[in-house]
Write a protein that binds this ligand. Structure first.
Ligand SMILES: *Cc1c(COP(=O)(O)O)cnc(C)c1O
Length: 386
């Protein structure tokens, strides 16, 4: 049995072998294993150096100052820290948050928890392509709005938001903006100097780094205060306590350096692979592109298939590792809230698949996937005929 073609890079990426090699040097006695907070000996200093090197690599990718990077366990924690930490620290200024109904669950559930705490949330419905327009955001802004949280790239659709334009609207109304950029690293330009974003969530494992590590970019500004969610030794300027995971940080740093150097070339190759896949199924009827290609990153494509049901389709496609909606929801049979959020009819949303391509996808993988899709669709539709 051949192993399935992996087309679920938006759920997680494999660690790049060059990243794994760097990580392996920060674990054992011979390596840089010491506690980076140990200030009294050489092994501790070396570990601190490794952490600071990773911090600089992550900062470089988004053109930030290394001092603006706070390590977290992933983008989920970064989203929690940005939203909850900011709202709690700025209670006296206002209690209104603006976000959208198609954000990642890490943002949606954090915003819901804030509602329980007495904050007021406006939930924007994005346009049908999955983006939030600056005009829409402007209409939702109020005098008591303190924070806007919108993603850079949607994880199910691939849609890109114009974060620079959204940041301008937030600032014009006296609010700050947090951007979840977990899916954007190595896919689009994330220069925080240009976009003027105030906080940005990042994840290691969506960009060929390890799982369990992420970061929150926090602009150095006197008015940007965050209340810590995790208390302890006062690490990370007291915003996030806990012994830093040197190997994870070194790995994420290396992954982000690779993304900075190779992201553009990766994306160009991936775009031609995506077009090859679309070409392979172009003659089939009843295939809807839920992703608006001109508004999206090329590595994610969401397709809806008429006349088949999602479960049977997934069963027929066992040779491709892909996703129906986001992985966090794959245990439930509810259609994706993201697809419903942009107005895809329930039936079609239930028969939709997200295919996501990555650095290690080959033309052969794409051809196998295209063939499997054709066979599955034609077979299922024939069976469905009366
Ligand atoms: C994967 C993902 C997250 C969660 O990141 P973790 O590092 O797994 O916690 C958050 N937001 C988006 C958009 C994602 O794709």
């Amino acid at each position: 049995m051949t192993s399935p073609v992996y087309l679920d890079y938006a759920a997680t990426t494999p660690v790049d072998p060059r990243v794994a090699e760097v990580m392996s040097r920060h674990l054992t006695l011979e390596g840089t294993f010491a506690n980076p907070a140990s200030r009294s000996h050489m092994p501790g200093w070396l570990a601190e150096q490794a952490v600071e090197n990773g911090r600089r690599q992550v900062a470089d990718l988004i053109k930030a100052d290394p001092r603006e990077i706070v390590w977290t366990s992933g983008a989920t924690e970064a989203d929690n820290l940005a939203i909850t930490g900011f709202l709690r620290a700025n209670r006296d200024k206002g209690r209104h948050l603006v976000t959208s109904i198609i954000e990642h669950k890490a943002v949606i559930d954090t915003a819901k928890a804030a509602e329980q705490e007495g904050f007021d949330v406006t939930w924007l419905t994005p346009q049908t392509d999955g983006s939030v327009s600056p005009g829409q955001l402007a209409e939702a802004m109020r005098p008591d709005t303190v924070l806007v949280s919108l993603m850079a790239v949607n994880n199910e659709l691939g849609t890109i938001n114009d974060i620079a334009a959204l940041a301008e609207v937030a600032h014009d109304h006296g609010a700050m903006i947090h951007v979840d950029a977990a899916q954007a690293v190595g896919r689009i330009d994330l220069d925080v100097g240009r976009s003027k974003v105030d906080m940005m969530s990042l994840s290691g494992h969506k960009a060929y780094g390890p799982k369990g590590i992420g970061a929150l970019y926090v602009r150095r500004s006197p008015d940007l205060r965050l209340e810590a969610l995790i208390h302890g030794g006062g690490h990370e300027r007291s915003m996030r306590s806990g012994t830093l995971a040197t190997h994870q940080i070194a790995g994420m740093g290396e992954a982000f350096a690779l993304a900075a150097n190779e992201g553009e070339a990766d994306q160009a190759r991936i775009q031609s692979l995506r077009d090859r896949l679309l070409e392979a199924i172009a003659d089939l009827d009843g295939v809807h592109c839920n992703t608006r290609l001109e508004a999206s990153v090329p590595n994610i494509i969401n397709l809806g298939f008429e006349g088949v049901d999602g479960e049977s389709l997934l069963m027929a496609l066992r040779d491709i590792a892909l996703s129906t909606g986001s992985a966090c929801n794959s245990a439930s049979v509810e259609p994706s809230y993201v697809l419903q959020g942009i107005g895809v009819p329930r039936r079609l949303a239930l028969a939709s698949l997200r295919l996501s391509i990555g650095r290690f996808t080959s033309e052969d993988d794409i051809d196998r996937a295209g063939q499997a899709l054709r066979t599955a669709l034609i077979g299922l539709r024939q069976r469905a005929m009366p």
